[in-house]
Design a protein around this ligand. Structure first.
Ligand code: SAH
Ligand code: SF4
Ligand code: F3S
Length: 476
C-alpha cells in the first residue's frame, strides 16, 4: 500500500496490501513453554504497519512472541488510524470483539497504539473501560514499562510526541512477511498542515532517520532474501538528514541513489511524494537506476486551484500539471497514482469537474479515493463549514471511481502484448498454480508457475489479458 489506509473509503487495493491483521508467527523462534504472547492488528497506512513491526521487536525484547490467535494471547494490541471517521469506527468495533476475549480470559491486557491513541489520549481510558494502555506513535519504547505497570493493575498512557524519535536502531520484526518485499520507514511525522488532515496532530513534527541505519536495514533485508524495499514517509521528498560528523546533508534523491546502490537486484519503491516537493533531481535519479521503480504516488487531492488553496496543499492545478509533465518527460514509462478527496468544504460541481479532468490529464494507473470526512482539531474542522451533503460527496466519489476504473482499464489494455520484468511475490490469491508479482510500474501481474522458480526471483512476463485491476500473462 501507499501511505493509504486500506480499510475503508473506496479505493483500489493491491493484493499484498489487503490483510490488516498481523498474525504470522515467526518461524524458527524457540519459545519457552511459559512464553507470553501478543496479538496485534494494524489499521491505516503503511506507516502503521511498519510501526507494528517495531512494536513487535520491542516486545520481543521482553519475552513477548507474536501469535495469530487472539484467544491465546496475553496482550491484544490494536494499532489505530484516525484519518477518517470510519477508520475510528472500525477500531471501536474491534474493541467490542476484544471485550469478549477479555471476558473469557481475565488477565489479558488490551493496548491501543497509533494515531487514535494519540488523538484521544487519556480520554480513551474513560471511554473504553477494557483498554489498559494507550500508547502514541513516538512512545513505543515505553511499552515494556507500561506493560509491567498494566500487569500490576495500573492502566497507563504515554502519548508524548518527540522531535527526534525515529526508532533508527530498532530492527523491525517482520510480521506477516512474504519474505520478498518490506517497508523501511525513513522519516516520521509531517510538517505540512493540509487543512483536512489529522496526521500532523497524531504523528507530530517531521524528522528524518539516520541514513546509515536506513542503508544497513536495506542491506540486511537483501542478505535475508528480500528483493524489494519501500521507503516510507508522509512526504518523502522533504527527507533531509545531516551527518552530525561531517555536517553533510543528504536529500531524498541522494538517499534513493544510496539505497539503489545496495544491490542492483534490490528494487526500490517509495511513498508518499508531495507534488510541491518532488524535484527533477529525484526524477533523474529514478531514471538513472533500473532498480528504482518507475512508479510515483503523487496525491493530487483535488484538481481545482481554489480547493487546493483551501486544502492548504500549497500547489495549484498548473503546478501539479507541470510536475506530471516533468515525470513523463524524464521517465517516459512511469506510472503515476493518486489520492482524491471529493466534497471538500464549499467544492462546487465545476470544481469537482476539475478533479475529473485532472485525472484524465495525469492518466493515473490507480487511485485511492475518498469523500471528505471532517476531523476534529484540523484547520478545516475548526474553520470551514462541512457543507457538502453526504449524498453529493458520495455521488462525486462514485464519478471519480468510475472514471479511474475506466482510465486504469484503458491503460492496462495498452500493456497487452508487452513484456515486463516482474518480481515474483508468491502464489496468486486465486490459484496455487499461478504466481503473482509486480512490474516496475507497480501493476500486479498473474502468470502460470514454472518449475524451478520461487518467490524473490525476477522473470520476464508477456501480458496477454488485462482487467482494470490486474494484468495476466505468461513467462517468456
Ligand atoms: N501524506 C500523504 C497522505 C496521507 S493520508 C499525502 O500528503 O499525500 C492518505 C490520504 O487520505 C490523503 O492523501 C487523503 O486523500 C486522504 N485523507 C486525509 N484526510 C482526509 C479526510 N479528512 N477526509 C477524507 N480523506 C482524507
Ligand atoms: Fe496529511 Fe498533508 Fe501531511 Fe499528507 S502532507 S500527511 S495529507 S498534512
Ligand atoms: Fe496513517 Fe491513519 Fe495515522 S493514515 S499516519 S495511521 S491517521
Amino acid at each position: 500500500m501507499s501511505l493509504n489506509p486500506t480499510l475503508e473509503g473506496t479505493k483500489k487495493i493491491d493484493e499484498s496490501k489487503q490483510g490488516n491483521v498481523f498474525f504470522q508467527e515467526q518461524e524458527n523462534t524457540v519459545k519457552p513453554a511459559d512464553a507470553k504472547h501478543f496479538y496485534i492488528e494494524s489499521y491505516g497506512c503503511q506507516m502503521n504497519f511498519s510501526d507494528s513491526e517495531i512494536v513487535a521487536s520491542i516486545l520481543g525484547e521482553v519475552g513477548y512472541h507474536p501469535t495469530r490467535n487472539m484467544e491465546e494471547s496475553d496482550l491484544i494490541l490494536i494499532n489505530t488510524c484516525s484519518i477518517r471517521e470510519k477508520a475510528e469506527d472500525t477500531v471501536r468495533k474491534r474493541l467490542r470483539v476484544f471485550d469478549k476475549v477479555k471476558a473469557r480470559r481475565p488477565g489479558t491486557l488490551v493496548g491501543v497504539l497509533g494515531c487514535m491513541a494519540e488523538r484521544l489520549k487519556a480520554k480513551f481510558l474513560e471511554q473504553e473501560k477494557l483498554v489498559d494502555m494507550v500508547v502514541g506513535p513516538d512512545a513505543y519504547r515505553d511499552l515494556p514499562n507500561l506493560l509491567s505497570s498494566a500487569n500490576e493493575g495500573d492502566k497507563g498512557v504515554n502519548v508524548l510526541l518527540s522531535r527526534e524519535e525515529t526508532y533508527a536502531d530498532i530492527s523491525p520484526l517482520r510480521l506477516n512477511s512474504n519474505g520478498v518485499t518490506a517497508f523501511i520507514s525513513i522519516m516520521r511525522g509531517c510538517d505540512n498542515m493540509c487543512s483536512f488532515c489529522v496526521v500532523p496532530f497524531t504523528r507530530g513534527r517531521e524528522r528524518s532517520r539516520n541514513v546509515f541505519s536506513i542503508i544497513a536495514e536495506a542491506t540486511d533485508l537483501f542478505h535475508k532474501g528480500f528483493r524489494e524495499v519501500t521507503l516510507l514517509g508522509q512526504n518523502v521528498d522533504s527527507f533531509k538528514w545531516t551527518n552530525p560528523e561531517t555536517q553533510e546533508m543528504v536529500n531524498f534523491a541522494q538517499l534513493l541513489e544510496m539505497v539503489a546502490l545496495v544491490h542492483p537486484d534490490l528494487r526500490i519503491r517509495f511513498s508518499t511524494s508531495h507534488p510541491k516537493d518532488i524535484t527533477d533531481e529525484v526524477l533523474h535519479t529514478i531514471a538513472k537506476y533500473e532498480n528504482i521503480c518507475n512508479y510515483i504516488h503523487l496525491p493530487v487531492q483535488s484538481g481545482n486551484s481554489r480547493v487546493l488553496k483551501l486544502m492548504n496543499r500549497t500547489y495549484d492545478r498548473e503546478w501539479y500539471k507541470e510536475r506530471v509533465e516533468a515525470i513523463y518527460k524524464i521517465i517516459p514509462d512511469c506510472a503515476i497514482s493518486s489520492d482524491m478527496i471529493t466534497g471538500f468544504c464549499t467544492e462546487t460541481e465545476e470544481e469537482h469537474q476539475d478533479t475529473l479532468t485532472m485525472m484524465e490529464f495525469a492518466k493515473y494507473s490507480m487511485s485511492y479515493m475518498f469523500f471528505y470526512s471532517e476531523r476534529p482539531g484540523t484547520l478545516a474542522g475548526r474553520k470551514y463549514d462541512d457543507d457538502i451533503p453526504l449524498e453529493v460527496k458520495k455521488r462525486r466519489l462514485a464519478e471519480v471511481v468510475e472514471l479511474q476504473t475506466s482510465i486504469s482499464h484503458d491503460l492496462n489494455q495498452k500493456d497487452i502484448g508487452q513484456t515486463f520484468k516482474v518480481l515474483i511475490e508468491g502464489d496468486s490469491k486465486r490459484s496455487d498454480q499461478d504466481f503473482k508479482g509486480r512490474n516496475s510500474q507497480n501493476k500486479m501481474i498473474i502468470f502460470p508457475k514454472q518449475a524451478g522458480l520461487v518467490a524473490g526471483d525476477y522473470v520476464q512476463v508477456k501480458v496477454r489479458e488485462a482487467t482494470s485491476a490486474t494484468l495476466i500473462g505468461n513467462i517468456v
